[in-house]
Design a protein around this ligand. Structure first.
Ligand SMILES: [Zn+2]
Length: 157
C-alpha cells in the first residue's frame, strides 16, 4: 500500500458514535474520511490516518470545524426575539434567523439573504459556515466601504 500521495475526496461521514472501523489501522472511528490513491483505489479511514496519508491537517481541521459549529448551533447565546426570530452576534456579525412563511432566511447586520432553509438548524449551520469562512465578513466590508464611499461623495457634491 502506498504511504504517500493519498487524497481525501467528498465529505466525511459522522456516524454519531464510534461504530466505524478505520481500514488502515483498524481503530473504531466515528468520523469516516474517504481517501483515494491512483495506484490503490479508495479506503475509508479515521481522521488520524487521513491526515497521515494525505500529509495534511485536513481531517483534524474538519473535526474541529464541526465541533465549533455544533457549539455555535446549540449555543446559549442565541436569543429569541419577536415573531419567532432568533439572533446571535458572531465574529462581529449581527445574525438573525427570520421565519418567512414555512421557511427561514438569514439576516446579517440588517441585510436579508436570498437563501431559504427548511429548518432553523439548517439555517444556523449555513450561517456558521458563511461567517466562519470569512465570506460574510468580506461581503459586509465591501457593502460598508461602498456606503462610506457614497457618503464621502455626497459630502463633496
Ligand atoms: Zn486509522
Amino acid at each position: 500500500m502506498p504511504q504517500f500521495g493519498w487524497e481525501h475526496f467528498g465529505d466525511f461521514d459522522d456516524l454519531g458514535a464510534p461504530d466505524g472501523e478505520c481500514e488502515l489501522c483498524g481503530t473504531s472511528i466515528r468520523y469516516v474520511f474517504p481517501v483515494y490513491h491512483s495506484k490503490w483505489g479508495t479506503m475509508e479511514v479515521g481522521e488520524v490516518c487521513c491526515d497521515h496519508l494525505t500529509s495534511s491537517d485536513y481531517a483534524s481541521n474538519q473535526i474541529k470545524h464541526q465541533a465549533r459549529r455544533t457549539r455555535f448551533v446549540f449555543s446559549p447565546r442565541w436569543s429569541a426575539g419577536k415573531s419567532g426570530t432568533t439572533s446571535i452576534t458572531q465574529k462581529g456579525v449581527a445574525l438573525s434567523i427570520v421565519p418567512d412563511g414555512s421557511s427561514y432566511k438569514l439576516r446579517m447586520n440588517g441585510r436579508h439573504g436570498k437563501l431559504r432553509f427548511g429548518s432553523v438548524l439548517e439555517a444556523k449551520i449555513k450561517a456558521f459556515d458563511l461567517i466562519d469562512s470569512g465570506i460574510v465578513g468580506a461581503y459586509l466590508l465591501k457593502v460598508k466601504l461602498r456606503l462610506d464611499h457614497r457618503h464621502w461623495e455626497r459630502a463633496y457634491d
